[in-house]
Ligand binder design. Structure first.
Ligand SMILES: *Cc1c(COP(=O)(O)O)cnc(C)c1O
Length: 400
């Protein structure tokens, strides 16, 4: 089937909840994707920060194939080796802790919220979760209630009670919001979907202090920032603290759906048999893929590459921005980069797309780059050239 045929068939039968681009991808290799008409695209999007090792990474492909031939599902009534090994790998990186496996970011966050409530109830009936405006934590009712963006709430009210939203990067606002019912604070190290919003460098460290003082859990949503995206394995590691709970998904499975909640052992202990679960959680094929991701990150030096090439992209984009009056700000860390524009990002996204570079717009005016951690300097240059031309072409034409 070609692009048009696939798009037509999809439109005729799918719920129309995505503003989909009118094309279909059929294969990928490294930093490149190929559509159903045979066109090649440079991928600075990674399917929303998921395929961080690029497409068709041999370690991940081999891990999936080998596991698929052996066993694809057993359920959490039993143990499997990939799940046991992956949990050990994640705990090895987090330090003291325990892992719960889910299948998506929302489910990992849902588990974190449920754990925080259960922990709070055991501490004298505390249940409230404080999260931040501009945040994104998922689309289930619980995670939607923690998400600080009204556009996602529209038409779905009433939301789950027991959530409070405060401005991001504002310690005073958090302190004022804490009351005797508060159990936890939930934040992203960088607000990804909210527009690559970077807090001050000491934000997480100060949140840690606030949580220690008030005996609250600090939940750090690493669904987008985790697995090397920021130039460290986890985004919080830039701040020198340890959260009580982190959540992972997106890049964890290298393209296979998997989510994980990781909690300090003492906190995790309030989840006893029967309190929470997921039929597919910890699926052996997904866990094998994630083990392949850990292997590749470690053995191929990909996190260092993400830090280096990411910094190079940011530096070059800032140079380009000096010549583009429509760029307000270039910000980011490692391979999560936002270019804040004075106008809508969509025309620039479209201009890049016409030159076969995939980027993404978020929070209306933010051009977001989420390139694969395997990106070479040459591929970075190719993308930068296209972005520069797109920014120049749209300058003035898009209106203020
Ligand atoms: C994408 C995202 C989620 C939701 O993940 P899903 O897999 O779509 O449920 C949660 N938190 C953050 C920070 C995200 O970027």
């Amino acid at each position: 089937m070609n692009n048009a045929e696939i798009v037509e068939l999809a439109h005729a039968n799918l719920v129309n909840n995505y503003g989909c681009m009118p094309l279909a991808f059929v294969r990928g290799h490294g930093a490149y994707l190929y559509d159903a008409d045979g066109n090649r695209y440079l991928d600075f999007f990674c399917g929303l920060a998921v395929t961080s090792l690029g497409h068709g990474h041999p370690r991940i492909v081999a891990a999936i194939k080998q596991q698929a031939e052996k066993l694809t599902h057993a359920s959490n009534v039993f143990h499997t080796e990939p799940m046991a090994r992956l949990a050990a790998r994640i705990v090895g990186a987090f330090g003291d802790g325990r892992v719960f496996f889910a299948n998506s970011g929302a489910e990992a966050n849902e588990a974190a919220l449920k754990l925080a409530r259960r922990w709070g109830h055991a501490k004298g009936g505390r249940f409230e979760i404080i999260s931040t405006l501009g945040s994104f934590h998922g689309r289930t009712f619980g995670t939607l209630s923690a998400t600080g963006q009204e556009k996602y709430h529209e038409g779905f009210q009433p939301l789950v009670p027991g959530f409070k939203l405060v401005p991001y990067d504002d310690i005073g606002a958090i302190e004022r919001a804490i009351d005797p019912k508060t159990a936890a604070i939930m934040v992203e190290p960088i607000q990804g979907e909210g527009g690559v919003v970077m807090p001050r460098p000491d934000y997480l460290a100060r949140l840690r202090q606030v949580c220690d003082r008030a005996q609250l859990l600090l939940i750090v949503d690493e669904v987008q920032t985790g697995m090397g995206r920021t130039g460290k394995l986890f985004g919080y590691q830039h701040s020198g603290i340890k959260p009580d709970i982190i959540t992972l998904a997106k890049a964890l499975g290298g393209g296979i759906p998997i989510g994980a909640m990781v909690a300090r052992s003492e906190v995790a202990a309030v989840m006893t048999p029967g309190t929470h679960g997921s039929t597919f959680g910890g699926n052996p094929v997904a866990c094998a893929a994630a083990l392949g991701v850990f292997d590749a990150l470690e053995q191929d030096g990909l996190i260092a590459n993400a830090a280096e090439i990411g910094q190079y992209l940011i530096t070059r984009l800032r140079e380009i921005a000096r010549e583009c009056p429509d760029v307000r700000d270039v910000r980011g860390q490692g391979m999560i980069i936002g270019i804040a524009l004075k106008h809508a990002a969509k025309p620039v996204v479209d201009a890049c797309f016409r030159e076969r570079l995939i980027v993404n717009g978020t929070a209306d005016t933010i051009l977001r780059l989420l390139p694969p951690l395997i990106l070479t300097k040459e591929e970075a240059e190719a993308g930068l050239g296209i972005i520069e031309r797109a920014l120049r072409a749209e300058a003035g034409t898009a209106g203020a």
